[in-house]
Design a protein around this ligand. Structure first.
Ligand SMILES: Cc1cc2nc3c(=O)[nH]c(=O)nc-3n(C[C@H](O)[C@H](O)[C@H](O)COP(=O)(O)OP(=O)(O)OC[C@H]3O[C@@H](n4cnc5c(N)ncnc54)[C@H](O)[C@@H]3O)c2cc1C
Ligand code: FES
Length: 275
């Protein structure tokens, strides 16, 4: 009974008030709000976020540097994400969750590979790692203007042996090329015990393949169209599993058997589309 009282009802939205808006890049913002419940979720878990009068979207739950606070980091894209990006301090949004599983915490030499807002669950993962882990983070962006979380990643890992390597596709900052090009180089130079990835699916597919070829355990957090977020509607089906309930994190052994991974996903109407 006491347990039930302590739990939030995750089937319905709780309204939260945005307390701080941080501009990360010209198209990405972090929205901070007080929520003790969401501040403690596992790395990889997500919430369904309701923008009143617009829509509800799945969002990875971002860390906040302040106790009892959680955040979302949103890139403006279509109608709903632009509406979420445009909320101001004092505005209210609805949140329900957390949903989904989480990354498995391994130890040793760890490689985290993220692109864009795929870095959000990897930042939370960084806070769960042991101080003895040797961590390399590869951060991909198209151009210098779109790089974010570099300072945060260095801060989160300041007590670990670590490297944060930024890679831009146009070479305007950090290493030039794709994160997977740099990953290939790193795999020749060092041995890793586990690889974690989140970002564009083509990128994750290549990351998982490279890890597998090098016999390294790997996990990826995948995105699919989500409506209920809790295994009821079927809109997030990913081959023979539901991304929201069985994932969003899957290991490489499973992913390389799923014919959709890296190739197809479902549109808003449920049609299979190519990436
Ligand atoms: C588990 C999960 C975590 C996510 N975390 C983040 C995050 O931290 N930050 C961030 O900016 N974005 C995140 N996204 C993506 C986000 O939910 C939206 O897909 C994206 O913001 C575009 O939405 P839109 O409605 O503005 O765009 P639209 O123009 O309406 O749609 C563009 C594309 O976005 C995708 N999309 C739209 N609605 C949904 C939906 N309900 N579920 C899944 N995909 C959808 C589809 O591929 C669609 O074709 C996450 C998605 C998932 C599934
Ligand atoms: S979003 Fe409804 S079953 Fe996954």
């Amino acid at each position: 009974m006491i347990w039930l009282e302590l739990q939030r009802n995750i089937d319905s939205s709780t309204m939260v008030t945005i307390e701080k808006v941080i501009d990360e890049t010209p198209t990405v913002r972090t929205l901070v709000f007080s929520d003790d419940f969401l501040s403690k979720v596992l790395p990889g878990q997500f919430a369904m976020v309701w923008i009143p009068g617009v829509n509800e979207l799945p969002m990875s739950i971002m860390i906040s540097q302040e106790k009892g606070k959680a955040a979302f980091t949103v890139r403006k894209h279509g109608l709903a994400s632009t509406a979420l990006y445009s909320v101001k301090s004092g505005d209210q949004i609805g949140v329900r969750g957390p949903y989904g599983n989480s990354f498995t915490i391994r130890q040793g030499r760890l490689l985290l590979v993220g692109g864009g807002t795929g870095l959000v669950p990897l930042m939370r993962l960084a806070t769960f790692l042991k101080k003895t882990d040797d961590v390399t983070i590869l951060m991909g962006a198209k151009t210098k203007q779109e790089v974010f979380f570099e300072g945060l990643a260095n801060k989160l890992l300041e007590q670990n042996p670590h490297k944060v390597i930024v890679v831009t596709e146009d070479g305007t900052y950090g290493e030039s090329g794709l994160v997977t090009d740099i990953m290939q180089r790193l795999l020749k130079e060092s041995k890793f015990d586990a690889v974690y990835t989140c970002g564009p699916e083509k990128m994750m597919h290549k990351v998982v393949q490279l890890a597998s070829e090098n016999k390294i355990y790997a996990e990826a957090s995948i995105e699919r169209m989500m409506k209920c977020g809790m295994g009821l509607c079927g809109s997030c089906c990913f081959g023979d599993v539901l991304a929201c309930k069985d994932g969003t994190v899957f290991d490489s052994r499973y992913l390389l058997t799923n014919k959709e991974f890296g190739y197809t996903h479902r549109s808003k109407s449920g049609m299979l589309e190519n990436y």
